[in-house]
Design a protein around this ligand. Structure first.
Ligand code: FE2
Length: 304
């Protein structure tokens, strides 16, 4: 298997923090590095661990690209910030915890417990398997420091119940609580997700001041444009396909539910969730040292 090319940093945002974006093409995910320029303290948002479900090969080309960039620039990473329990890629949080110096706190919203409770039995995880994997369970509106800058947690449920945004100055890392304006919104049919909550979360985001910048967790652009990761609140208000001014809650819910009914299961759903609800830890090896992903199988009634 060929190595995954290193992600390319792109400096986007001049504000209280420096923001670098890293695109991961296999899952069309945006990963971010947030840096306090005064202290060089940094946080990584939603890093991706490469995984080939056909071969079972885990690789770290994407994470290594970000790691090199961090090392070359002398950034001091303090946290990995997860916006939610992703269902379409594995988190590389443990890779960074292992390969970066100092203590790296893996952070996620406190409602991860709801996702864990739902999925642990599906993967036959025992209580012991599920013990204390995250370093920090963030509460709604909690604030924490990265060097001299303040980061504020914003609970944005709908896509998933644990979903958080991170607000740093005028930059908001929205995960999958909103998509680029021409795409509009993310699906809201995962366990504990729903279209009404997603509408309320998008409304909350679009009630921020117009010049706030919303950074998305994925982009699936139409053919005529490049992958992009950020748009202002003002632009969303005028142009967001599902959330612009004039679209009612009822219209949004009707559209979202109709669309979600025809969306397929994410390709990496089961590998992602069984790793991500354990803060990026792969399943424990068996007695022979083999690591196995668990895929629940559903049978038609004719085979029961
Ligand atoms: Fe997601």
């Amino acid at each position: 298997m060929s190595a995954v090319p290193a992600a390319k940093p792109c400096k986007l945002h001049k504000g209280v923090a420096d923001v670098y974006s890293f695109f991961e093409p296999a899952t069309e995910s945006w990963q971010y590095l947030l840096v306090d320029p005064a202290s060089s303290e940094a946080a990584i948002i939603d890093p991706v661990l490469d995984y080939n479900p056909a071969s079972g090969v885990v690789s770290t080309g994407t994470a290594e690209g970000i790691l090199s960039f961090i090392t070359e620039n002398g950034f001091k990473v303090r946290r990995v910030l997860e916006t939610h329990a992703h269902a379409d890629h594995l988190t590389a949080s443990q890779f960074f915890k292992k390969h970066l110096p100092g203590e790296i706190l893996i952070c996620i919203g406190e409602r991860i417990s709801q996702i864990q409770k739902h999925f642990a039995p599906i993967y036959d995880f025992s209580d012991k398997d599920m013990e204390n994997h995250f370093d920090v369970l963030l509460k709604d509106d909690e604030e924490f420091k990265l060097g001299g800058i303040s980061c504020k947690v914003m609970h944005l449920p709908g896509h998933t119940p644990d979903h958080l945004g991170y607000v740093v100055g005028k930059a908001v890392f929205t995960g999958d609580s909103i998509f680029m304006p021409d795409l509009g919104s993310a699906r809201a049919d995962f366990p504990g997700g729903n279209a009404k909550d997603l509408y309320n979360s998008m409304t909350r985001l679009l009630s921020l001041p117009e010049d706030y910048q919303l950074f998305v967790g994925h982009d699936y652009p139409p053919q005529q444009r490049e992958h992009d990761c950020v748009a202002t609140v003002g632009f969303h208000r005028q142009n967001n396909k599902h959330g612009r001014i004039g679209i009612t809650e009822e219209q949004f819910i009707e559209f979202r539910q109709t669309r979600d009914r025809v969306l397929g299961t994410p390709r990496l759903l089961h590998p992602s969730l069984q790793v991500n609800i354990r803060a990026g830890k792969l399943p424990s090896p068996d007695a022979d040292g083999r690591i196995r992903m668990r895929i629940p199988v559903r049978l038609p009634s004719s085979m029961l």
